[in-house]
Design a protein around this ligand. Structure first.
Ligand code: COA
Length: 182
């Protein structure tokens, strides 16, 4: 069996990324993405390639100069439970560390997997830059079932605490009403 290569993504990988992500979105496991959305951030993606096919993906998206988010992590169904998800996470964590971030976070339904990869579960409302950037515009904002996980990149021995001050759900809902109007 040919080796599975993890490498930086390019424009020609967009269809492959969409195929995996939107396949899981149809099962309500991930948020759906459009080609334009992926194109804007494709330079932050890593992909796993096997025999010419994209079989996994994941990205780092900056939330603040100190905090990056691990986003759009997915492994094609026939490649799951082979260690490929962990390889992608390890590569994305290594890149975030090399880029100088202090912490990496994710919002996920796969809390157990991220815990196995060294992330600690934290209060979602504490990752305020994520909520400010994206969640506030999400249709699932008021009924979000995703769990926040966080890893320190500079002091791996210390349990992470969120960088931003904790903000209550009520305050976020007020801000959302003011900004988005619903
Ligand atoms: C979540 C996902 C990326 C994991 O990738 P994977 O290749 O199946 O996982 P791995 O084989 O690398 O598993 C690594 C470890 O995590 C464990 N693990 C995997 N999924 C798990 C889960 N849902 N809950 C708890 N542990 C899990 C594995 O047993 C393994 O444990 P080990 O340390 O004892 O070997 C993959 O299942 C997937 O694409 N899921 C659908 C999309 C999704 O939910 N993405 C996450 C959105 S942020």
């Amino acid at each position: 069996m040919a080796e599975i290569l993890i490498r930086a993504a390019g424009e020609t990988d967009i269809e492959g990324i969409l195929g995996i992500v939107n396949g899981y979105a149809a099962q309500n496991l991930m948020l759906p993405r459009t080609a334009d959305q992926i194109r804007r951030v494709v330079r932050w993606f890593l992909v796993a390639e096997h025999e010419g096919n994209i079989v996994g993906c994941g990205s780092n998206v900056e939330l603040s100069p100190r905090l990056t988010e691990l986003r759009s992590l997915a492994v094609a169904s026939e490649y799951r439970s082979t260690g490929l998800g962990r390889r992608l996470v390890d590569a994305l964590v290594a890149r975030a560390r090399a880029d100088g971030y202090d912490q990496i976070c994710a919002l996920t339904l796969s809390e157990g997997f991220f815990n196995r990869c060294g992330f600690v579960t934290v209060d979602r409302w504490a990752i305020s830059s994520k909520i400010w950037h994206e969640c506030i515009y999400c249709p699932k904002f008021d009924a979000c079932d995703e769990i926040a996980v966080l890893m320190n990149l500079t002091e791996p021995a210390t349990a992470p605490t969120a960088l931003a001050p904790e903000v209550s759900m009520e305050l976020w809902q007020g801000l959302k009403l003011a900004l988005v109007g619903q």
